[in-house]
Design a protein around this ligand. Structure first.
Ligand code: NI
Length: 226
């Protein structure tokens, strides 16, 4: 398959329909995985894809569908259901099988499953989408999203008595993160070293530094030093 960095008019139509579909499904979702997260991830993924010369059609479909049924909100808490929804949607759009397969791999494998858990992404396009998704969990946006998610889950913002836990399995990760500030140590500050692409790594540096500064201020204020 030839990697195309520009979309054909048929591909543009499919992207537009997919945007409408995802927007309708996720608009108003209250936990930080709403339509605007998808929109930001798509934009970041486009930026990275251009530099990394990834296939733009696959990257955009993957970015748009990557949270279509986020495992955190599924009753069985698995990643399979999102992949099946994506597959059904793409077959309804007459997307060719090779593309569908790659997009489904992205939907199934792009989310973070714990500090020491490997994922099964099998394409550059998947790596681009994963980098974009991880970048949106970092920096100013990442901080905002983390506190919004903590509120959604009724978590304490911070509790010095609850220690940070590094997850060694997906099961452990699902149980961890008892406070919002711990989540920075259990996930967000690890993301910088888990970027797949050179462009992703570069973008992550700045966002990482900003989170470190934020935490420094947070603890100084917590202890009444500032
Ligand atoms: Ni996401």
């Amino acid at each position: 398959m030839v990697k195309a960095t520009r979309l054909t008019s048929k591909q543009k139509k499919i992207i537009n329909r997919t945007e409408e579909y995802v927007k309708k499904t996720l608009l108003g979702e209250g936990s930080g995985h709403d339509w605007w997260h998808i929109k930001r991830v798509q934009q970041l993924a486009i930026t990275i894809a251009k530099k990394e010369k990834a296939d733009m059609f696959i990257v955009r479909l993957g970015a748009l569908l990557h949270d279509i049924a986020d495992w955190k909100f599924q009753t069985d808490r698995t990643t399979t259901s999102g992949m099946l929804i994506a597959k059904k949607w793409l077959s309804g759009q007459s997307v060719e099988a090779g593309v569908t397969k790659k997009v489904c791999n992205i939907v199934e494998n792009s989310s973070f499953k714990g500090a020491e858990v490997e994922d099964g992404l099998d394409s550059l396009e998947g790596e681009v989408v994963q980098d974009a998704d991880r970048l949106d969990a970092m920096g100013a946006i990442g901080i905002g999203r983390t506190f919004a998610y903590g509120g959604f889950k009724d978590r304490e913002m911070y509790n010095p008595d609850i220690k940070v836990k590094m997850a060694k399995s997906f099961e452990e990760y699902k149980k961890a993160g008892q406070t919002t500030v711990n989540h920075f140590y259990e996930k967000l500050l690890l993301l910088k070293d888990r970027m797949n692409t050179k462009t992703g790594r570069k973008l992550a540096e700045r966002r990482h530094k900003f989170m470190e500064q934020f935490l420094q201020e947070f603890f100084a204020e917590w202890e009444g030093k500032k």
